[in-house]
Design a protein around this ligand. Structure first.
Ligand code: GLN
Length: 551
């Protein structure tokens, strides 16, 4: 059967949760075992997200294949439990660079190269290529930005043209505000958004309403009337406390059966095992038996989206352990004044996540020292591992002035140093150590081995600096454990403390955690935080919590 398409557009403003809507729509089809995959269009002229500041744009997500992509892809993977590829991220930058290359080669000889038809044709060609090679039954295409933006106009036009040839369903994500002064939900913005969409030649098949309170019947009927839709096709997102509730809320409104019927998909029964597993995890997320407090100490704290994968990985591990995780976001600069005691009091676990540059580094090191000395479970992710090594070098090995050449190129002890092969690289885009790397775990009595339960693992990477092997013996002689390296033994991947739960990894395990297949290291960390809080080892982990990632 040929691939069918669902195109998700946003109107009025950004930040309405198109990524969540797309992920939830994919999930409800995945519950029936339809093969469903995403494509995301981003209108910006960057080639990819790799050079963007996480403070402005949110987290940069990385795939196994080294692609640096929009953080919405993280959401897709977390919902679908599938590893995706960079081909499915189509940006303005990629399209324009390809079209100019083609023009220079002479592919358009004699023609003036135009947005329509050349760029729009190229978009359709990319999409059809994904359909042919990846063979999804349904391809869900999220168009970044809002209808009316100059940046995404050519994507929307391409989707209009696609709908002339293929089976395409359009979903508009919109906002229905409630004015407190009048106490009623206002539909006028959605009516205007609908007109803007009609001007682009697109009639939405579904209107998905973001609202602060459940959509009232009056508002639903009014939107249906003005958009010529059956009221059933006006769906609300339920304003739910956790993202993972949304697919079920959509199903309550029968979005699953309506889409299956409209797309004329092959008849399939819902996969009850998959649905029940999701529901059980959701129940444990909403009503956990226990609670622990975890501090995330970083420099991009004001925008939680910068650490979205870390945040969600904690939710996944928490659901597996029937434990709610209260995250305390700690601005690392605050800890530079030496008041770690005050900020970190009563915390059951500390994470230092990834990051770049010098700001706030000393505060993170203070947090790590606090964790080590007070035996608070610690997990360091990439930068968090590098700083764990620096803290250990300074305070245990007494290597004064230990640092990383990233923050202090003249440091006396460059415990973390630029990789040899990075020294000659000047271009910033796509040049880090990226994507999936195999890692060998050493010994069986380590935190790492106990988490993964196997010798060879693979995790995703994104960094330029590494543990400096010149200091390895000095550090291990003083008690640091090197529990994982690259398979050739050359690069350090995991380090640990001996006397309490403390682990740092050069990788980003948070990039592979899924709601139904939590990251092993996060499961162990949350387990340690529970032990710290309640003083007993957690035994009652859901049987499927450490299930192997399927793809
Ligand atoms: N800035 C560090 C490096 O480039 C760490 C990067 C990260 O945490 N992703 O090596």
């Amino acid at each position: 059967m040929p691939t069918k398409f669902i195109v998700i557009l946003g109107s009025l403003m950004s930040g309405l949760g198109k990524g969540i809507a797309s992920s939830s729509i994919m999930k409800i089809l995945d519950f029936y075992d339809y093969k469903v995959l995403p494509v995301k269009f981003d209108g910006y002229l960057n080639y990819d997200c790799g050079t963007m500041n996480p403070f402005r744009h949110g987290e940069v997500f990385v795939f196994d294949d080294k692609s640096e992509v929009d953080m919405d892809f993280g959401m897709y993977e977390r919902f679908l439990d599938k590893s995706l590829t960079g081909e499915n991220s189509i940006t303005g930058g990629k399209l324009f660079s390809k079209i100019i290359q083609k023009e220079r080669k002479g592919d358009f000889l004699g023609r003036d190269v135009q947005i329509i038809p050349h760029l729009t044709d190229m978009i359709i060609e990319n999409v059809m290529n994904i359909a042919e090679t990846q063979k999804p039954e349904v391809l869900v295409i999220e168009v970044g930005g809002t209808v009316g933006d100059i940046e995404n106009g050519y994507f929307i036009e391409a989707m209009r043209q696609l709908s002339l040839k293929e089976k395409v369903v359009f979903v508009d994500v919109t906002y229905v505000p409630k004015l407190s002064a009048v106490g009623e939900q206002k539909t006028k913005p959605t009516q205007l958004a609908y007109r803007a969409m009609m001007q682009s030649g697109i009639h939405p098949d579904y209107i998905l309403c973001r609202c602060e309170e459940p959509l009232e019947d009056e508002a639903r009927n009014k939107i249906a009337l003005f958009t010529s839709l059956n009221p059933e096709r006006v769906i609300d997102d339920g304003t739910l406390s956790t993202l993972y509730s949304i697919p079920l809320h959509f199903m309550k409104q029968k979005l699953d059966t309506m889409l299956i019927e409209q797309l004329q998909l092959e008849n399939k029964n819902i996969n009850k095992g998959k649905l029940d597993d999701w529901k059980a995890r959701l129940e444990r997320t909403l009503n956990p038996a226990k609670r622990v407090r975890v501090a995330v100490v970083g420099k991009y704290i004001k925008l939680h989206d910068s650490y979205i994968s870390v945040k969600e990985s904690l939710v996944h591990a928490g659901a597996a352990h029937n434990t709610g995780i209260d995250i305390k976001w700690v601005e690392s600069e605050l800890l530079e004044k030496g008041d770690a005691n005050k900020e970190l009091e009563g915390i059951d676990g500390i994470i230092v996540p990834g990051g770049f540059g010098k700001r706030g580094i000393e505060g993170m090191i203070n947090a790590i020292q606090y964790a080590r000395e007070k035996h608070i479970p610690y997990m360091g992710l990439c930068l968090g591992m590098q700083l764990m090594a620096i803290e250990f070098a300074r305070n245990v090995c007494k290597l004064d002035g230990a640092s990383s050449s990233e923050f202090d190129p003249d440091a006396k002890h460059k415990v973390i140093d630029i990789m040899e092969e990075q020294k000659s690289i000047n271009e910033k885009g796509g040049t880090m150590r990226l994507g999936a790397w195999e890692c060998k775990l050493h010994g069986t009595d380590t935190i790492a081995y106990k988490a993964y339960k196997k010798e060879q693992i693979s995790e995703r990477h994104r960094h330029r600096y590494e543990f400096n092997n010149q200091y390895k013996d000095r550090m291990t002689d003083n008690g640091l454990i090197v529990s994982g390296t690259t398979t050739d033994g050359k690069l350090v991947e995991f380090i640990e403390w001996k006397n309490s739960f403390g682990i740092g990894t050069q990788a980003h395990p948070e990039l592979k955690s899924r709601f139904c297949a939590p990251a092993p290291l996060f499961l162990s960390f949350v387990d340690a935080a529970i032990t710290k809080h309640y003083g007993v080892m957690e035994e009652n982990i859901s049987t499927t919590s450490s299930k192997e990632r399927t793809q």
